[in-house]
Design a protein around this ligand. Sequence first.
Ligand code: FEO
Ligand code: CA
Ligand code: CA
Ligand code: CA
Length: 663
Amino acid sequence: MTEMHLIRSKAAEAAEDRGSNISGNPTMGDLIAARFQRRDLLQGALAVAAIAATVSPIALARAARAQANATPSFHFKEVAAGSDDKHYVAQGYHADILIRWGDPVLPGAPPFDPTNQTAAAQARQFGYNNDFLGYFPLDGSRRGLLVVNHEYTNEELMFPGLGRQDARDPKKQTVPFPKMTKEIAEVEMMAHGGSVLEIARGADGKWSVVPESRYARRITAETDMELTGPAAGVERMRTGYDPSGRKVRGMLNNCAGGTTPWGTWLTCEENVNGYFFGKLEDHHPEARNYKRMGIPGNWQNWGAYHDRFDIWKEPNEANRFGWIVEIDPFDPASTPKKRTALGRFKHEGAAGIINRDGRYVVYSGDDERFDYVYKFVTEARVDPQNRDANRDILDRGTLSVARYDADGSGRWLPLVFGHGPLTEANGFRSQADVVIEARRAADLLGATKMDRPEDVDANPKTDKVYVMLTNNSRRTAEQVNPANPRANNRFGHIIEMIPDGRDHASEKFVWEILVKCGDPSIAEVGATFSSATTEDGWFGMPDNCAVDNMGRLWIATDGNQPSRTGRSDGLWAMETEGEARRTSKHFFRGPSGGEICGPCFTPDDETLFLAIQHPGEADDDDPNAKPASYEEPSTRWPDFNPAMPPRPSIVVVTKRGGGKIAS
Ligand code: FEO
Ligand code: CA
Ligand code: CA
Ligand code: CA
């Protein structure tokens, strides 16, 4: 990709492309020698042997039992890989639209009129670019709350006659925003954030949004939130609007997330740099910190109208973004809380698991080229009897970052003020500084630089943890390491980690690469899907993932396009156990330009929710593709109405005649 192309490709990807990790952590060096002493594809049997060296006999017996209770395989007829303007699901399934950008969420929402959109209307309507989905049962798998992240906006597809506004000359770094207005910026601000929907399954088996539900909520870039944990209240978090350093308006670029066993929604701020405006200079008080986060990104010009997004007018505001936010979806009046103990970086997701000792563990990838994988372990145990006792459990605990060693073992390195290099000598005066600059702290600890860590999910049936590494075409041959073994990693890979003794709080783990992605029929690609994987079954660019209630792994992708992989993004079912391991099957295919997000199952595994993000974008690797616009999108999915732009929407998948998905 050329530099110009990078800048013009979609905003999220562009930010991730730049990479701001200039630390000296080993990317090859001494690791490379060791790499050739082991196979970077540790086979299943070897993985068990590796565990044997590190865990108790009891844990081994439990692991053996889990292997014996084989995870069921997937059963369905694959969708054909390919790309056009429509979506497709495996034969024998329905894939219906639940809700679209602009549909009503709150009472009084006006009908959607894209030619005359206002901030007031958007604040009551379903937001743009739906990403993470979480389901909270109200009545088992028949009625529940669906929570939705609205990650970002594509102004060129949303507003007539606007086109891309952040296109710029990469040399001059000029940011023209030629047609932006305050009104458009404010529609965008209201299209961000999240939605809480009450949904119910009718007698006909079809799901719908319950109108005027008492749970319905829109969260936007202006919703009042609280900052909690070690960074709350410190000077670096204070602004003109909030001299206390404990109150903040809005959440931004909420990508993936998680749901906790005590019934809250974790939603993750990812590419927050893009919302900050101006030009960073060395005398800015947060220069070192902001440089590491790529702030300001200048993708949006909200700072032209709202001082808080201008890094000179409000120099600390950007420290108040980049966190994991916890929201109680059952109480629409509750104040969302930014839990600073979990660190500030470009959080992709926040998948949690209750550890065997009752503590809660949250895994989170930092999605940028050469950034890291983190986990957080609470100090207290989850109280399954008393919901209130878990209310602030995420404010105290230990944040750690992963180092993947060449022998297939690994270490979680704690980010604790005063330990190792995290001292005043390196500019850390308290745990607040450590969490605000989690990336720089992790640099100093020697974390392993990864190929864009996206979603991480822990499988409660096996305690295996899956890390999606989406791609990194910037990694050079000198920068490969055993956990990121391909230079110019265009198609990404997936790492499987097994915590020592199946204890997610342990500092030790073993790991292996589950699969290197891409077309297995092209030898140079080096993909490692099983030979049972069909032409339709392979994929590139893993992004979101989910483990269903049977313990099976599902993978959603971002970045498959005709010019890159000859296929649209979709959802694939990935076998992880036994002889079928590394066999992938194509279950759902999205419309052109649309990334697949939020795979989410009801507790009975009979319903699968998918979020289709940014349908209608152009194939940005195809030099002949026209830039996509409101007037000329690559699809008008899902309405196919010439008067309607494409609309990010949620799809509900159920089996015809009923039953569990893919069984
Ligand atoms: Fe928002 Fe890393 O995907
Ligand atoms: Ca993602
Ligand atoms: Ca997930
Ligand atoms: Ca992505």
